[in-house]
Design a binder for this molecule. Structure first.
Ligand code: ADP
Ligand code: MG
Length: 340
């Protein structure tokens, strides 16, 4: 399947030396912050974030951790607010890049408070900070010819035609679609800061919602935000490779990666090599498990001793002990595949 095959890119990042601790990039799924169907209130988000951070507290205490998180429902709410304003005044108040920045700020704020309360004095010593991350994408990315990511509210066909923006059918309605380009790199000034912070064991929340996609013009030296959404699992993988992280944990609302999901012969993968899981790519849809598996492959195959774990946020600690989740690893050879 082509979707997964893109990940055959490689990088040659060097490892930071953080005493004996491992450096883990933790990608928190949008569902970790807001379960499907739940009302989008701050109280509910805060409660979910508190629960998520408490199941991660053992991981946080014994490792250097960099967080990346999703923002689908939150950015959708802001788009709705913007649509209401536009209906009243005719003016579009915010572009998607600014909405992305807003959600990085609001979700980062809540994550910081919950991390602080989970770690206490240790959090004060180590430091916790949110970075409104700008991630460079290529203006020539093929995603710009084929926008696929749904954003914002649903419209009737008549309303959608008046939007003046690309739309696609989503069930019985129509929604705006934006491109989902590959993340190339965090902008230089932020990358320098992120490397310094991580080296000093600071917990950084970055690349939220996949980061703010920007295009860099080398002639004018200007960064311009664009109407696009970077997949947060791909952003987490890219950041992990750049920082030379040891591990990538992709935490979502299912116990791991399955083959024949929701069918009578459903099986859950315990561990696999990148090549073995790539053979099963037809099991991983582009809108959900596909980017997680392709990011996992991309991360693991670029350095022999790297690992990636995909599983449920509530199992974060037992995943690290090898008792839950799906592990991608090179340690058992190229054809390795083990089921629960
Ligand atoms: P997140 O917000 O964490 O990125 P996604 O909805 O994108 O969550 O991906 C997680 C979802 O992927 C699960 O809820 C699950 O239903 C779905 N899924 C699709 N195919 C598979 C598969 N083969 N194995 C496990 N989960 C799968
Ligand atoms: Mg997802």
């Amino acid at each position: 399947m082509n979707y997964v095959a893109w990940s055959m890119l490689s990088s040659s990042a060097s490892k930071p030396k953080n005493n004996e601790k491992q450096h883990i990039v933790v990608a928190l799924g949008g569902n970790a912050l807001l379960k499907r169907g739940e009302p989008l209130t701050v109280d509910i988000q805060r409660q979910n974030i508190r629960y998520g951070i408490s199941s991660l507290s053992a991981v946080l205490r014994s490792n250097t951790v960099t967080f990346v998180h999703g923002n689908g429902p939150q950015v959708g709410l802001l788009a709705l607010e913007g649509a209401a304003y536009q209906k009243q005044t005719g003016a579009i108040p915010m572009q998607l890049d600014v909405l992305d920045a807003e959600t990085e700020g609001s979700i980062g704020y809540m994550l910081e408070q919950e991390i602080d309360s989970a770690l206490g004095d240790e959090g004060c010593k180590r430091g916790v900070i949110t970075m409104l991350s700008q991630i460079i994408v290529s203006p020539n990315d093929e995603a710009f010819n084929n926008p696929t990511k749904f954003i914002g509210p649903v419209y009737s066909l008549e309303e959608a035609n008046k939007l003046g923006k690309p739309v696609k059918q989503d069930g019985q309605f129509y929604r705006q679609v934006v491109p989902s380009p590959q993340p190339i790199q965090l902008i230089d000034q932020q990358l320098t800061a992120l490397k310094l912070l991580t080296k000093n064991d600071v917990i950084v929340i970055c690349g939220g919602g996949g980061g703010i996609p920007v295009i860099f013009d080398p002639v004018s030296r200007r960064l311009t935000g664009i109407e696009a959404v970077i997949d947060k699992d791909r952003a987490a993988c890219m950041l992990g490779k750049t920082l030379g992280a040891d591990g990538l944990m992709i935490l979502t609302d299912v116990e791991g990666v399955a083959v024949n999901k929701d069918k009578p012969d459903e099986k859950w993968i315990k561990s696999a090599s990148p090549a073995a899981i790539l053979e099963l790519a037809d099991n991983f849809p582009a809108g959900s498990m596909g980017p997680k598996v392709s990011s996992a492959i991309d991360f693991v195959q670029t350095q022999r001793d790297r690992w990636c774990r995909i599983g449920s946020l509530k199992d974060a600690t037992s995943m690290l002990e090898g008792k839950a989740g799906t592990k991608l690893t090179n340690e058992h050879g190229t054809d390795h595949l083990e089921y629960y």
